[in-house]
Design a protein around this ligand. Structure first.
Ligand code: NOJ
Length: 512
């Protein structure tokens, strides 16, 4: 009998983020839903990803579009119900696609029964599940922390019923839980068991670095006092909580994964969240989302990740786009050629790549007119609905909750599947190449010398499998003297032929 695989699936796998409101709409009300995801699993299987991470689909008043959770163990009727979730999970598993769900441990909705109880009186048994302070009375908050999404807004709101401030590192409708209270820890572990018992393959944990806080609640000093506190909060007590989550998760078969959103300003802050292989399996590193299209910048970021994570035995994560930031095609100037080359970079780095739904279509951010803006955090553009067909409704029935991205008909899944030269087919070829090559999936990484403007590296697996990667980050054609056969080219040119030493502007190749 063959030995069981020794490497967990999430190391070689590629994880695809679905933002349920925007992915696919089965009931035709203009808001995506779980049944829409289920009906389009064939797209993800065809594309060749390994797992789907679902952003929150739990009951929510939607002040933060689902990241304000009113019940951690149910499905919002907008998105379906628990039976529908089970059907989605079963169908995904039948296609060999894993499902990772979002866990939001830092805060609840202000409509969550826990918070409703906590705010009802100072003596309520759930009072201490949240963070309450007197400060200096209604006009003087306990400290200078700022909350996210409300420009200059503080992270404390005065509760008039009980005459105290409560903490919210995000919107006032998202009160922070108090993880120093063991009952909160138990409750959140119960939530994890609820979903693991149902068969999910892991969690993406929202702002996990925020859950531990300095018990003295000191003022933030400059420059931190100018940005939301969630960007600087990383108290050591978070680590113990993450270790407990890891022990719980490791008790389940099938290698469920813990992916933490460690939204911190650099790799040196992210690295400790892997612990001694006893905290997160994967800590989100947003280094690539801040990198300009410049080979020197990328070389530095890659080196830093290797230097800091490798000694820990920690496996990197790579992400270019998600539901919180402008899509990378838009960030890098709107050029499709560049978005294609960026896809090569993302899918060939050493680490686990995360794709954000729609990047395989080369989508840009939607232009959202002022009367259609809905997100207080200004993130509507990257959350535009996915165009499935070239028909006027793009496969959505009703006018969706946000406008479509530019060129939606030409960028639809239907149009691009019919065109082998499309970016959609490029993503598929990249995912296939990755799956077929031990070097690309898990090999070591070595940066190579290259002319200015070109990023070059090699991936090598223990069995000798090798690939060389070249990315021209300039707007001129470049000459690079490397031998090999072009396995995948971002512009599709010369695949299967010997590399001729010329790289078009903003083009990338995988050489074997
Ligand atoms: C990070 C999530 O990605 C973002 O969408 C959300 O608004 C905040 N955490 C608060 O939950």
């Amino acid at each position: 009998m063959a030995d069981p695989p020794t490497t967990p699936w999430w190391r070689s796998g590629v994880i695809y983020q679905v933002y349920p409101r925007s992915f696919a709409d089965a009931d035709g009300n203009g808001i995506g839903d779980l049944e829409g995801v289920r009906q389009h699993l064939d797209h993800l299987a065809w594309l060749g990803v390994d797992a789907v991470w679902l952003s929150p689909f739990y009951p929510s008043p939607m002040a933060d579009f689902g990241y304000d959770v009113a019940d951690f163990c149910d499905v919002d009727p907008l998105f379906g119900d628990l039976d529908g979730f089970d059907r989605l999970l079963a169908d995904a598993h039948a296609l060999d696609l894993r499902i990772v769900v979002d866990l939001v441990p830092n805060h609840t909705s202000d409509q969550h029964p826990w918070y409703q109880a906590a705010r009802s009186s100072r003596t309520d048994p759930k009072r201490d599940w949240y963070v309450w302070r007197d400060g200096g009375g209604p006009d003087a908050p306990p400290n200078n922390w700022l909350g996210a999404f409300i420009e200059g807004g503080r992270a404390w709101t005065w509760d008039e019923t009980t005459d105290q401030w409560y903490l919210h590192q995000f919107l006032p409708q998202q009160p922070d839980l108090n993880w120093d209270n063991p009952e909160v820890v138990d409750a959140m572990h119960g939530v994890m068991r609820f979903w693991l018992d149902r068969g999910v393959d892991g969690f993406r944990i929202d702002v996990v670095h925020c859950i531990g806080r300095d018990p003295a609640y000191p003022d933030d000093e400059p420059p931190w006092s100018e940005i939301p506190h969630c960007a600087s909060n990383e108290h050591p007590s978070s680590h113990g909580h993450i270790q407990a989550m890891r022990r719980l998760t490791d008790g389940y078969a099938g290698a469920p994964v813990l992916i933490g959103e460690t939204a911190l300003p650099g790799t040196q802050w992210v690295a400790p969240y892997y612990g001694d292989d006893d905290e997160l399996h994967l800590a989100f590193n947003f280094a690539a989302t801040h990198a300009t299209w410049d080979d020197a910048v990328w070389r530095k970021r890659i080196a830093r990740i290797e230097e800091l994570l490798d000694p820990l035995g920690a496996w990197p994560s790579w992400v270019l786009s998600n539901h919180d930031i402008s899509r990378h095609r838009t960030r890098h100037g709107g050029s499709e050629a560049r978005a294609r080359a960026a896809a090569v970079v993302l899918l060939t780095q050493r680490g686990t790549p995360f794709l954000y739904a729609g990047e395989e279509l080369g989508l840009e951010d939607a232009i959202v007119p002022p009367d259609r803006v809905v997100d207080p955090g200004g993130r509507d553009g990257c959350r535009a609905p996915l165009p499935w067909t070239s028909a006027p409704d793009r496969g959505w029935g009703e006018d969706p909750w946000l406008p479509f991205p530019p060129d939606a008909a030409a960028r639809s899944v239907e149009a691009q599947r019919a065109d082998p030269a499309s970016i959609l087919h490029l993503y598929r070829r990249l995912l296939r190449a990755r799956r077929a090559s031990a070097a690309l999936a898990e090999g070591a990484q070595e940066m190579l010398p290259a002319p200015d403007g070109v990023l070059a590296w090699r991936r090598v697996a223990p069995d000798g499998d090798q690939r060389t990667l070249l990315v021209n980050m300039t707007t001129d054609e470049m000459t690079v003297e490397v031998a090999g056969t072009v396995e995948v080219a971002s512009d599709g040119v010369g695949e299967g032929e010997p590399f001729r030493g010329r790289l078009a502007a903003d083009a990338a190749v995988i050489l074997r």
